[in-house]
Design a protein around this ligand. Structure first.
Ligand code: ADP
Length: 475
């Protein structure tokens, strides 16, 4: 009985370390807005604010057929998108896992050649007439979604700042990745012109804007998946670090890829537990992406894993002391616990926590678990997920204030496009995020009620097609 009380108390104490109060939210929103503005003024800031050189937001009336390639995560996606001009589209898509060897091969040419071969196969399958070596055959315009940090030079070129997500190919940093892709199309005689380069969050924003009603104003595209990031609609004149280049006329806009995962690098606003410190120390990029490391799918499961482990070694509670843990349990493997595990726990509405029990028995390979142990893990998991959602609201709240959209769109609604498995699948994530948003004084319940947060499906494909469309108008 002593153990039981102590276990629950300890779990609640750990859960309380993940609290992020309304006051904390307000303070962090202020800090976020400040760091957004710093990033607009000078390069090399915590929030990098990378200009996309896309200076219009889709209206929904765009038409035409475009190709799109999405390269960046675990898969490459190749699609053709026909924009119907009424907010709808038709999409054909092939998706292939990127061979791990290509992510770290000696030269980038192997990776890009593989992509170009996939595009050629895609055309052979879906547009068989297009590959005839007939000079009158039409050339496809292609939008390229590339979700690593890129220093964009204009709408169709940009140099790689750094690889992320397990990619590491020498000699590519500093190179124009559009040119690398275009070169292999030329080499293989594939009739494709790379006309636009975008980040996946820019694609999410554009896809949402295309689909959203005319009366609504889309301000943000945000991703909560493996990582987290957002792109938003900024006043071009505020991007003073561009020094006039591409900022257009007064009153014009530009979509900016914030790279907000690196917000608050100096930890002035973010909550930090011993588990957060351990995650950062064990990561490939210690000291960077502090915001992302407290929010996104890649890290949440690991935070929980470390918290559970701390309970097993705590002599006062000795979690799992009477149980059988396989030595190969995912509990002992760094990054072993996927955040989908937490979604299952969060969805458990059974009296005996049988969903949680199954997860722990099957996923973690741990048997003979007591109800108290299940409950303790659930309490901590919930707290970690809740903190992630409340921190996500900080980014959203800051963009709402920075764009001043509540005042300028007083009649219409505000649209936010979101994508990523975490926000799409974690039960209650969106609701927690909305609750925290209301706590921001300048937003409140009234402001929060004007905001629609909707999944932008196929964001990378449709967004890239829209970017290719816009790029075609520019030249
Ligand atoms: P990506 O961000 O790589 O494009 P996703 O949006 O699918 O791809 O995000 C993958 C991330 O989402 C992984 O970190 C994974 O752990 C997490 N994830 C997958 N399914 C779920 C789920 N049901 N609940 C919470 N997180 C999930």
């Amino acid at each position: 009985a002593i153990k039981r009380i102590s276990l629950q108390e300890t779990a609640e104490r750990i859960a309380s370390e993940f609290e992020f109060s309304d006051k904390d939210v307000r303070r962090a929103v202020e800090g976020f807005v400040r760091q957004m503005n710093e990033g607009l003024k000078s390069p090399g800031c915590a929030i990098e604010q990378l200009p996309s050189f896309i200076t219009e937001v889709p209206t929904g009336r765009e038409e035409g057929t475009y190709l799109a390639v999405d390269l960046g995560g675990t898969n490459v996606r190749i699609c053709s998108v026909t924009l119907n001009g009424d907010g709808t589209y038709a999409l054909l898509q092939d998706k292939m896992p990127i061979p791990v060897a290509l992510m770290t091969s000696a030269t980038s040419n192997a990776l890009f050649l593989w992509v170009a071969t996939m595009v050629r196969e895609f055309l052979r399958k879906h547009y068989p007439g297009s590959l005839k070596s007939d000079t009158t055959a039409s050339i496809f315009d292609l939008g390229f979604t590339f979700s690593h940090a890129v220093d964009q030079i204009n709408i169709n070129s940009g140099t790689l700042i750094r690889w992320s997500k397990g990619f590491d190919i020498d000699g590519v940093v500093g190179q124009d990745i559009c040119a690398l892709l275009q070169n292999v199309f030329v080499e293989l005689d594939v009739p494709v012109r790379v006309t636009a380069l975008i980040n996946d969050t820019v694609g999410t924003l554009m896809a949402r804007a295309y689909a959203s009603p005319q009366s609504a104003k889309t301000i943000l595209g945000a991703v909560f998946g493996t990582g987290t990031n957002g792109a938003y609609v900024e006043q071009a004149s505020r991007i003073t670090k561009l020094d006039g280049v591409g900022t257009g006329a007064k009153g014009s806009i530009m979509i900016v890829n914030s790279e907000w995962g690196n917000f608050d690098q100096k930890l002035q606003y973010l909550p930090t537990t011993s588990f957060d410190r351990a995650i950062d120390a064990g990561s490939v990029n210690p000291g960077f992406e502090m915001f992302e490391k407290r929010i996104s799918g890649m890290y949440l499961g690991e935070i929980l894993r470390l918290a559970i482990l701390s309970l097993t070694t705590d002599p006062k509670v000795r979690l799992f002391a009477g149980t059988l843990i396989s030595t190969t349990s995912k509990l002992y493997a760094q990054w072993g616990l996927d955040s989908s595990f937490m979604s299952h726990l969060e969805s458990d509405a059974t009296v005996h926590l049988s969903v949680t029990r199954t997860q722990i028995e099957e996923y973690l390979d741990i048997s003979i678990v007591s109800y108290e142990e299940l409950e303790a893990i659930r309490i901590i998991s919930h707290a970690i997920g809740r903190r992630s959602a409340r921190l996500s609201a900080v980014a959203l709240g800051a963009v709402i204030l920075q764009t001043d959209c509540l005042r300028t769109a007083d009649k219409g609604r505000i649209d936010v496009g979101v994508d990523g498995s975490l926000i799409a699948l974690y039960p209650g994530f969106l609701a927690e995020m909305r609750t925290a948003l209301k706590a921001v004084e300048e937003i409140g319940a009234e402001g929060e009620g004007k905001i629609d947060i909707l999944l932008a499906r196929d964001g990378s494909g449709v967004g890239a097609a829209l970017a290719a469309h816009i790029a075609g108008k520019v030249v």
